[in-house]
Write a protein that binds this ligand. Structure first.
Ligand SMILES: *[C@@H]1O[C@H](CO)[C@@H](O)[C@H](O)[C@H]1NC(C)=O
Ligand SMILES: *[C@@H]1O[C@H](CO)[C@@H](O)[C@H](O)[C@H]1NC(C)=O
Length: 165
């Protein structure tokens, strides 16, 4: 417990100028919820041969449905690779770091889905949560999510369907 608290404090520290740090009591709440994680899935293994863009889009839609509509983090993380690169300043790279941060809090989030968009190979989801209005951008590779950004993301102005889809 104490170790978890120290790690979370260390993870939040670099946020300083980017966002208001979580209050001490939110950190305690986060820690208390670590024990309430749903089952952890196996990471996504890249599909060979590479799926078609249509298959990528279908997989993105399954991911978005699980992640922001159903808030089923177990299902959502079935699309994330073990070696996932995460540009979120609170997280280290990898499936395990992201899982550790989100698994205990995700299905308790008061989350309002706003929109989703797949433009091969990038998928985006936009929602309101306790952390504010968020745009997550995910780069897909081998039918899996291999990389993620969520700082300073803007919704594309050109949302015309990709001709490949
Ligand atoms: C979440 O997804 C997992 C994996 O697909 C599934 O086994 C589980 O039943 C789902 N949980 C809920 C609450 O729907
Ligand atoms: C918008 O995106 C579509 C699909 O990728 C592309 O065909 C079109 O040229 C783009 N339009 C502009 C103005 O960039």
């Amino acid at each position: 417990m104490r170790l978890t608290s120290l790690i979370i404090t260390a993870l939040l520290a670099p946020l300083g100028g980017l966002a208001a740090p979580l209050a001490a009591d939110s950190i305690v709440t986060l820690e208390a919820r670590q024990g309430n994680c749903p089952p952890k899935p196996k990471p996504c293994v890249r599909i060979v041969p590479d799926p078609t863009p249509q298959e990528y889009k279908a997989r993105f839609e399954q991911f978005a449905e699980a992640f922001i509509y159903k808030k089923n983090i177990t299902r959502a993380f079935e699309f994330i690779t073990q070696d996932y690169i995460n540009h979120n300043p609170m997280a280290q790279n990898g499936f395990d770091s992201a899982w550790g941060i989100l698994c205990g809090i995700w299905n308790n989030q008061n989350l309002t889905p706003l929109r989703t968009l797949y433009q091969h190979p990038m998928g985006r989801v936009n929602y309101r949560s306790g952390f504010g209005t968020i745009i997550d951008r995910f780069r897909w590779e081998g039918g899996c999510i291999a990389e993620h950004w969520d700082s300073g993301e803007k919704w594309p102005t050109n949302t015309t369907a990709d001709p490949a889809l």
